[in-house]
Design a protein around this ligand. Structure first.
Ligand SMILES: Cc1cc2nc3c(=O)[nH]c(=O)nc-3n(C[C@H](O)[C@H](O)[C@H](O)COP(=O)(O)OP(=O)(O)OC[C@H]3O[C@@H](n4cnc5c(N)ncnc54)[C@H](O)[C@@H]3O)c2cc1C
Length: 361
């Protein structure tokens, strides 16, 4: 076994969550190897709206994690000059969940100044000045470049096919090109995580939850910040494109991503001035890794040693803070109390029976 700081850690998955873990682990001296089945950020990270917000409902068990998400991204920006984040602020109306601090209620006059292209500004809206968005693919590359600067190795088109085990200890992973030994294996494989955990006899209830991502080419910039209303959720992309996120409805032709993109474009034209041309560049379904209870699953896998899991929604928002906290746990062995609600053993049959007995869900 290596010493605490130069542990050999294999991170499975090069989405934004795996990339953040790799960066934070390598920065603390771990010997990190990232294994990715496809291209970097080819999972759901590649089709993320990537809005960095701190929105949460009352009684959210991870309110503290969400609350620190923006500060953690400011820290990362200071550490990684290539990490570009547009702190544009976000305007929300008619969307209940966004009426939360630290947003402030603004009047129609203020809304007109914030988003001059709105044709029908409401009487009031919530404005979260501290929020922003990033290009999740570029951010993943920036994090991995940061990890590589600390000595990490990144292998694309290298799916993990199985695990090396000594008794109940994971000692590495198997790939088509050979085995890689590790003191710790981190499962950060998005919707592929449950399949990997099942290989270690640990059922993890993570489903693939669909959402629609759309990228439009427009003649000019239409919005200044992030705009979220019942009609649309839009923002400008780094390259001047207009990005939108929509709910997935079903797989009928009427609700195919291309059809939803057409309807959303009509809504945008109805809601915004200046839409002289709008052309769909990309409309697709992204599959978000969704833990059954909506709470991230972060921590050592129960029943085996040498394996740690990191899967969550919203993964872009949480990647910075969870990447730091999880890497510190892996390196120091000291549990972070903020991650207590996220432990994977909450899904073990014993824990479920105990919760029922205590009257907890
Ligand atoms: C339309 C839409 C809008 C969204 N908006 C937001 C938002 O505003 N804010 C937010 O925070 N989140 C948002 N999300 C969700 C966010 O994109 C995800 O939570 C986040 O990208 C998850 O990152 P990840 O690294 O866990 O997963 P992924 O990006 O899927 O990465 C996992 C990687 O693991 C790899 N992998 C899988 N199995 C293996 C294996 N066996 N071996 C090796 N590699 C493997 C995959 O190829 C993949 O690249 C949105 C998603 C969608 C679709």
């Amino acid at each position: 076994m290596a010493s605490a700081s130069n542990k050999r850690v294999v991170v499975i998955g090069a989405g934004i969550v795996g990339a953040s873990l790799a960066y934070h682990l390598a920065g603390q001296g771990a010997q990190v190897t990232v294994l990715e089945a496809g291209e970097i950020a080819s999972g759901v990270t590649g089709t993320s709206f990537a809005w960095l917000n701190t929105t949460h409902g009352a009684g959210d068990p991870i309110a503290h994690l969400r609350g620190t998400a923006i500060a953690e991204y400011h820290r990362l920006q200071a550490e990684l000059p290539d990490l570009q984040i547009r702190w544009s602020g976000a305007l929300s109306y008619g969307v209940e969940a966004n009426g939360m601090p630290p947003a402030t209620l603004v009047s129609r006059g203020q809304i007109r100044k914030l988003e001059p292209n709105l044709k029908h500004p409401p009487e009031q809206a919530w404005h979260a000045a501290a929020e922003g968005a990033l290009d999740a693919v570029a951010a993943t590359h920036a994090l991995l470049a940061g990890a590589q600067a600390h000595g990490a190795q990144v292998f694309t088109y290298t799916p993990v096919l199985g695990f090396l085990l000594q008794g109940s200890t994971v000692t590495g992973v198997k790939t088509a090109t050979g085995a890689i030994a590790a003191d710790m294996v981190v499962l950060a494989a998005g919707t592929g995580t449950a399949r990997l955990a099942a290989m270690l006899d640990t059922p993890l209830p993570v489903t693939a939850s669909p959402a629609i991502f759309i990228r439009y080419k427009t003649a000019n910039d239409l919005v200044k910040g992030i705009l979220s209303s019942p009609q649309m959720e839009v923002r400008q992309g780094a390259d001047g494109s207009l990005l939108a996120a929509e709910d997935y409805l079903d797989d009928t032709p009427d609700n195919h991503p291309a059809a939803i993109a057409v309807r959303t474009a009509q809504a945008i034209g109805h809601e915004l001035h200046g839409v002289t041309a709008i052309e769909t560049e990309l409309a697709c379904v992204g599959w978000r890794p969704m833990p059954a209870d909506g709470v991230p699953i972060v921590g050592h896998l129960p029943h085996v040693s040498g394996a740690y899991v990191c899967v969550m929604h919203p993964g872009v928002i949480l990647a910075a803070v969870v990447g730091r906290l999880a890497s510190e746990e892996i390196i120091t062995g000291k549990a972070a109390s903020t991650l207590a609600p996220c432990r994977p053993d909450r899904f073990s049959p014993h824990q479920i029976r105990l919760n029922r007995h205590r009257g907890q869900p």
